[in-house]
Design a protein around this ligand. Structure first.
Ligand code: PGA
Length: 251
C-alpha cells in the first residue's frame, strides 16, 4: 500500500552509547505521530538493542543489507532469517554504496530482494544513476535496468511488498540534492514505467527519495506528487534533523 514514510540509513556509524541517545531523542520527538511510517536501518550488531528500544514505539527498525543466500558456508554474511530473529520488517537492498564499493550488480541485488521477501521482510530497493550517467542522458535507461532485473526475477506483483528508493548517486552524501523537479521527474518515470505492466501495483508503490535530504529541503521534496517520503543518510544521525524531516512529511 502506498504510504508516507521516512527511513533513516545510519550506514556504518554509531556505538551503543551514541545510539541510545539518538534513539531516545527520536522516540520522544516522534511520539504520537502515526500517519507516517518511521524506520531506522542500523548496523547489524545494534539490531538487538535497537529492537529493544523501539518495540512498542511508532518507529520500525531494519537492516542495511542481507545475503542473497539462505544459509551455508558464506563467512561474514547475514541471512534474511537472521534478520527475522530481530523482527526486522525492512531491509535496504542495492544501495549505491553496495553497488559501487562492494560490486553488487543488478542480478545480485534482485536475488537479495527476493531473499528478503522470501522471509517476509520488505526490501527497500535503491535505484539511481551516477553523475556520468545523468550527464550522458542515460538516467532513465539505468533505472529501468535496475528495476527490470528485480521484475524479471520476482515479478512485477512482488513490488506490492516492496518499497523503491530513488537515490541519485551524485546526491548521496554530497550536499547536492536533486531539485524537487528533478526528483519528481524520475519518480514519475518509475511509477509510469511500472504502470505500463500493472497500474494497481504502480499506484500502490511507495517511492522514497534519498540524497542529501535535510530539514531545510525536505518539505519541498515531499510536496511532489510522486515522492512518498525519504531515505535519509547523514541527517538521520542527528536527532533534531531527523525529527524535523519526519515532521516535514507529517505536515
Ligand atoms: P545522505 O544519504 O542523506 O547522507 O545523502 C542517503 C543515503 O545514502 O541513503
Amino acid at each position: 500500500m502506498r504510504r508516507k514514510m521516512v527511513a533513516g540509513n545510519w550506514k556504518m556509524h554509531g556505538n551503543l552509547l551514541e545510539n541510545k541517545k539518538l534513539i531516545d531523542a527520536v522516540v520522544t520527538g516522534l511520539n504520537g505521530l502515526h500517519e507516517v511510517g518511521f524506520l531506522v536501518c542500523v548496523p547489524y550488531p545494534y539490531l538487538p538493542s535497537v529492537q529493544n528500544a523501539l518495540q512498542n514505539t511508532n518507529i520500525a527498525w531494519g537492516a542495511q543489507n542481507l545475503s542473497q543466500y539462505e544459509k551455508g558456508a558464506y563467512t561474514g554474511e547475514i541471512s534474511a532469517s537472521m534478520l527475522n530473529d530481530f523482527m526486522c520488517r525492512y531491509v535496504i537492498v542495492g544501495h549505491s554504496e553496495r553497488r559501487t564499493l562492494f560490486g553488487e550488480d543488478n542480478h545480485v541485488v534482485a536475488e537479495k530482494y527476493q531473499a528478503a521477501q522470501g522471509a517476509g521482510i520488505i526490501p527497500i530497493l535503491c535505484v539511481g544513476e551516477t553523475l556520468n550517467q545523468r550527464e550522458a542522458g542515460t538516467t532513465e535507461q539505468v533505472i529501468e535496468e535496475q528495476l527490470a532485473a528485480v521484475i524479471k526475477l520476482a515479478g512485477v506483483e512482488s513490488l506490492v511488498k516492496a518499497i523503491v528508493a530513488y537515490e541519485p548517486v551524485w546526491a548521496i552524501g554530497t550536499g547536492r540534492t536533486a531539485s524537487p523537479e528533478q526528483a519528481q521527474e524520475v519518480h514519475a518515470f518509475i511509477r509510469e514505467g511500472i504502470a505500463k505492466t500493472n497500474a494497481n501495483v504502480a499506484n500502490g508503490l511507495t517511492i522514497l527519495y534519498g540524497g542529501s535530504v535535510k530539514a531545510s529541503n525536505a518539505s519541498e521534496l515531499f510536496d511532489m506528487p510522486d515522492i512518498d517520503g525519504g531515505l535519509i543518510g547523514g541527517a538521520s544521525l542527528v536527532a533534531n534533523d531527523f525529527i524535523a524531516i519526519c515532521r516535514a512529511l507529517h505536515q
